[in-house]
Design a binder for this molecule. Structure first.
Ligand SMILES: Nc1ncnc2c1ncn2[C@@H]1O[C@H](COP(=O)(O)OP(=O)(O)OP(=O)(O)O)[C@@H](O)[C@H]1O
Ligand SMILES: O=C(O)c1ccc[n+]([C@@H]2O[C@H](COP(=O)([O-])O)[C@@H](O)[C@H]2O)c1
Length: 212
């Protein structure tokens, strides 16, 4: 029974604008193909920064010239979907594929911020991309629009003049190019990609004679 002579518990009602935002990591990449390094990085950054989710976002045409001949988007999208299927907090974001053209992160972040004002985004990149940041499209504006999170990568300095959050992740010397090279040499990629991705590559006969 409620005793009416007792004061009601004071509940602090915060205005909507002050509610904590959902925190989402963005793992942008060509994913040609996605490997276990991508998954390990996403998991570790999610845990260490207390993110709610990580969205894997395959690019349409990566801004680097040397990657323009990456495998057709539909295969890369499918492999990303297969890679993350057991992880409920990992999602596939197809915005760049649907937009088409060259996937400049600046355009993507503007779009995402407009679509999801309630979300705080964290853009996750490896050390190779950190080194390349000065060449990114509208980088000085971009660093004000999104928080970059970086992880070390073998062969690249753990240093930048841009405001990054460095997260220590088990360093894995694994890359999509290494996997493509193994496949060209008809070697096994077991334990380097998920079992489903390994099977899918086999089934579709991918990377048999592609140059890169
Ligand atoms: N082993 C790794 N250590 C740290 N970062 C990584 C690693 N592999 C990929 N990344 C980062 O993940 C993001 C997406 O990478 P991407 O899909 O281009 O894979 P990749 O292995 O770098 O591919 P490629 O060998 O074709 O260049 C990039 O920011 C990249 O720096
Ligand atoms: O916007 C840019 O200029 C830019 C330059 C290089 C890379 N990026 C993004 O960084 C992510 C990782 O790139 P990549 O090529 O290593 O897969 C991917 O989402 C790219 O679109 C973006």
């Amino acid at each position: 029974m409620i005793k009416t002579d007792e004061p009601l518990t004071q509940v602090e009602v915060r205005p909507l604008t002050e509610l904590p935002k959902k925190k989402v990591g963005l793992m942008g990449g060509t994913f040609n193909p996605p490997h276990l390094g991508h998954l390990i990085i996403a998991k570790e950054v999610k845990e260490q920064l207390g993110l709610d989710e990580v969205w894997f976002m395959p690019d349409n045409l990566p801004p680097h010239i040397d990657k323009k001949d990456a495998l057709e988007a539909k295969y890369r999208v499918k492999m990303v979907a297969l890679s993350i299927k057991d992880e409920p907090d990992f999602k596939l974001e197809e915005l760049e594929i649907k937009r088409g053209g060259v996937s400049y992160t600046y355009d993507t972040i503007l779009e995402l911020r407009a679509m999801y004002p309630e979300i705080e985004f964290y853009f996750i990149i490896g050390g190779d991309m950190v080194a390349y940041l000065p060449k990114w499209y509208r980088i000085d504006e971009l660093v004000k629009l999104v928080q970059f999170v970086s992880v070390e990568r073998k062969g690249y300095p753990k240093q930048s003049d841009y405001p990054l959050i460095w997260v220590d992740v088990l360093r894995i010397d694994l890359s999509s190019s290494l996997i493509r090279e193994k496949l060209r040499q008809e070697r096994s990629i077991k334990y380097l990609v998920t079992r489903e991705v390994e099977e899918y590559i086999k089934q579709e006969g991918l990377y048999r004679d592609k140059k890169d």
